[in-house]
Write a protein that binds this ligand. Sequence first.
Ligand SMILES: CC(C)(COP(=O)(O)OP(=O)(O)OC[C@H]1O[C@@H](n2cnc3c(N)ncnc32)[C@H](O)[C@@H]1OP(=O)(O)O)[C@@H](O)C(=O)NCCC(=O)NCCS
Length: 172
Amino acid sequence: MADQIILETERLMLRKLTPDDLEALFRLYRDPVIREHFPEGVLNREETKAELDWIIKVYYGEYGYGLWATIYKPTGAFIGRCGLLPWVIDERQEVEVAYLLDQAYWGQGLASEAAQAIVAYGFDVLNLNRLICLPIPENAASMRVAEKMGMHVEHEIVLDGTPAMLYSIEKA
Ligand SMILES: CC(C)(COP(=O)(O)OP(=O)(O)OC[C@H]1O[C@@H](n2cnc3c(N)ncnc32)[C@H](O)[C@@H]1OP(=O)(O)O)[C@@H](O)C(=O)NCCC(=O)NCCS
């Protein structure tokens, strides 16, 4: 278990996802409110399993990072998945800070707490030089989390036909 832990904050522990997390992840991915700002909308169990398999095999296996199970330390509850995602945008390799939490835990500063720790992990442990975020303009909460990580808007981009804001931060 210890080698599965990626990082800890005051209230959260981020660990690698495993196949056993399928039902907990699916409970979040089938929620239309949580998935409101995702172009592909809610996912069914098979789609969730395909994403989970991809995270474990390709992201962890080939990149050494990915989305991680986000555990609320006071209770041990699985409350979301947050982490780092590789992208190629305009022929440039980018790494996105991504976050998604159970609605019951919104509004307590938890996404900001996770995101700030992920930025530190990306810069200090993975030695990345630049991180981005890609919220759609309607996702005010996500844009605010990006700002609270110290990111600034670069420009608007279109990803698979959907406009998004490209926020970024460079390693100091
Ligand atoms: C985006 C998300 C992770 C934010 O989680 P959270 O734990 O509620 O965020 P925080 O509590 O850390 O709040 C961050 C900031 O956003 C603000 N905020 C939260 N909800 C907001 C809303 N609906 N509109 C505007 N601002 C909002 C908070 O006030 C806070 O700013 P402040 O500290 O200046 O007051 C959560 O809403 C979520 O999981 N959404 C669904 C998945 C998603 O859209 N992920 C992002 C994809 S790019």
